[in-house]
Design a protein around this ligand. Structure first.
Ligand SMILES: Cc1cc2nc3c(=O)[nH]c(=O)nc-3n(C[C@H](O)[C@H](O)[C@H](O)COP(=O)(O)O)c2cc1C
Length: 192
């Protein structure tokens, strides 16, 4: 069972990364050998925008092959649970993550991501987290993930999120849902 945390922030160790890592830490604390966690940041990656060519309808993959999108999306394809998060930029997801999401249109035609589970995460300094969550929910709903919940938090400078009195317990709560789901799933496999 693979749990992948994906931060779209250009700050490698920023608030979004820290909040996603908190969830992963709680999952890791279960010490369950069947659960494997991984964290990936889009910071420093080249993720070009979708060019709207529609060639992916035939190819079932994005025609842009010379950037980092393919190797990151392979990890998404390979995971059971995706924790996808973004900082709030102008009341919405940041550009780097939006480029990443738009390119997954190429996986939509044959519903390549359907059946996985997802948690969405957003951070803002003051306002706009809700729309960021909605955009992320639009992504997971469109791709037919099962929705496990969200964590939203407030922070401005990197590290601020760790002092958010609401986000930290919410991260633990969502991690609990992930663990419960994975346990149920592995029980199902064992009993099958
Ligand atoms: C270009 C830009 C736009 C932003 N827009 C908003 C916004 O609309 N609302 C808000 O509350 N904070 C906004 N912020 C602040 C960030 O959301 C905040 O600093 C957040 O903690 C960044 O997360 P990160 O450390 O994961 O990158 C903006 C920051 C930048 C750089």
């Amino acid at each position: 069972m693979k749990v992948l945390g994906l931060s779209g922030s250009m700050r490698k160790e920023g608030n979004t990364a820290l909040l996603i890592q908190k969830i992963l830490e709680h999952v890791d604390a279960e010490n369950c050998s069947e659960i494997e966690t991984e964290f990936v940041s889009l910071s420093g990656m080249e993720i070009l925008p979708c060019i709207g060519c529609e060639k992916c309808k035939e190819k079932k993959w994005c025609v842009i092959e010379k950037d980092d999108w393919g190797r990151i999306v392979d990890k998404v394809i390979d995971c059971d649970i995706l924790i996808i998060g973004s900082p709030t930029y102008y009341y919405d997801v940041c550009g780097q993550l939006k480029n990443f999401i738009d390119r997954t249109y190429s996986l939509y035609h044959d519903r390549k991501l359907a059946g996985r589970n997802a948690v969405v995460v957003s951070v803002c300094a003051d306002r706009g987290c809700e729309r960021t969550l909605e955009t992320l929910e639009g992504f997971v709903n469109t791709h037919e993930f099962s929705y496990l919940g969200f964590v939203a938090g407030k922070g401005y400078l990197p590290g601020d999120i760790l002092n958010d009195p609401h986000a930290m317990p919410k991260a633990k709560e969502v991690a609990g849902k992930i663990i419960k789901m994975l346990r149920k799933d592995s029980k199902y496999i064992k009993n099958a």
